[in-house]
Design a protein around this ligand. Structure first.
Ligand SMILES: [Mg+2]
Length: 253
C-alpha cells in the first residue's frame, strides 16, 4: 500500500519542539504543553500557552521558523519511530510535508536534516515537500490537518488534535496515537488492499458520499473516478479553507 505521512504534529511532536526551543533561546522555564491543550495549530498560540507574552511569542516564532537548528531537532511524537519503521518496512511510505508554507529556507533545510538524522534508513527520494497533499495518489494519508486531505482519493487517517475535531467528517479514520496506527495497519486493515469509495442516492435522489469496508457493495451505486472526483471538488468548494484559484488556504501560523 502507498502511505503518505505528515511531519509536523503527526510524526513529530512539533508543539513540544517549539516550547523546548523557545526555552533555549529565551532562557525562560516554560509550561510544556500537553496534547489535550492544543486548541490551535498556531505556533504563536502554543508559545502564549507555554507562558510567553504576545510580543515575545511573535518574536520567538520568527526566530524558531528561521532556525535550521529548531527544525532539525523537533522530537518524535510518542511511539512514532517504531511504528513508522514498521510501516516503512512493509509498505511504500512517503513523507509529505508542506515545508514551503513556512516561507523559511531554514525549514526546507532543517526538515531534510531531520529526516537524515532521525530516519537514516529512509530513502530521501520519498521525501515530498508539497502543500497540495490532496492531489497525491495513494491508499492512505496520515495527517493532522484535515483540509489537506479533502480531495485525497485514498483514505485519510486523521491524527487527533483538539484543533482538528470540528472539521466536517468524511471518509476517514481518527487515531489518538501511533500505537493506534500500528493496530489499524496490523489488524483492521490487514485484509484490505483498497477501500471502496461509494456514492449512493438518498431518498430524495441526492448523491451521498459514503464508504464501506465490505467488498460486496451491490446496494451502493459505484461510480467512475471522474464522478467521484467531481463530487469531491464540489465538497471542497464548500469547505471554508478552499479557494478555487489557490487551493486550500491553510498556512503556517
Ligand atoms: Mg501537520
Amino acid at each position: 500500500m502507498i502511505i503518505y505521512i505528515d511531519m509536523d504534529n503527526t510524526l513529530l511532536a512539533t508543539y513540544k519542539g517549539a516550547v523546548l526551543y523557545a526555552e533555549k533561546i529565551t532562557g525562560k522555564k516554560l509550561h510544556m504543553l500537553k496534547p489535550e491543550e492544543l486548541e490551535t495549530d498556531s505556533t504563536i498560540q502554543w508559545l502564549r500557552s507555554a507562558g510567553l507574552e504576545e510580543d515575545e511569542a511573535i518574536d520567538t516564532r520568527i526566530k524558531l521558523f528561521n532556525s535550521v537548528e529548531y527544525w532539525e531537532n523537533i522530537p518524535f511524537e510518542k511511539d512514532a519511530l517504531s511504528v513508522f519503521k514498521y510501516l516503512y518496512d512493509n509498505h511504500e511510505v512517503y513523507i509529505s510535508t508542506s515545508a514551503f508554507l513556512s516561507d523559511s529556507e531554514a525549514c526546507y533545510v532543517g526538515k531534510v536534516r531531520w529526516v537524515k538524522k532521525n530516519l537514516p534508513f529512509f530513502n530521501l527520494r520519498r521525501l515530498i515537500y508539497t502543500h497540495a497533499k490532496y492531489n497525491l495518489v495513494g491508499d492512505y494519508i496520515i495527517e493532522d490537518i484535515p483540509s489537506q486531505t479533502v480531495m485525497f482519493k485514498g483514505t485519510p487517517i486523521i491524527f487527533d488534535r483538539p484543533y482538528n475535531r470540528s472539521f466536517p467528517s468524511r471518509l476517514n479514520y481518527r487515531v489518538n496515537s501511533w500505537k493506534e496506527i500500528f493496530t489499524l495497519f496490523t489488524e483492521e486493515l490487514k485484509e484490505r488492499s483498497i477501500d471502496f469509495y461509494v456514492l449512493k442516492r438518498d431518498k430524495e435522489g441526492k448523491i451521498v458520499y459514503s464508504w464501506t469496508r465490505e467488498k460486496n457493495v451491490e446496494e451502493y451505486l459505484l461510480l467512475e473516478d471522474e464522478v467521484i472526483e467531481a463530487y469531491m471538488r464540489t465538497w471542497a468548494y464548500e469547505c471554508p479553507d478552499y479557494n478555487p484559484s489557490e487551493g486550500f488556504s491553510y498556512g503556517w501560523r
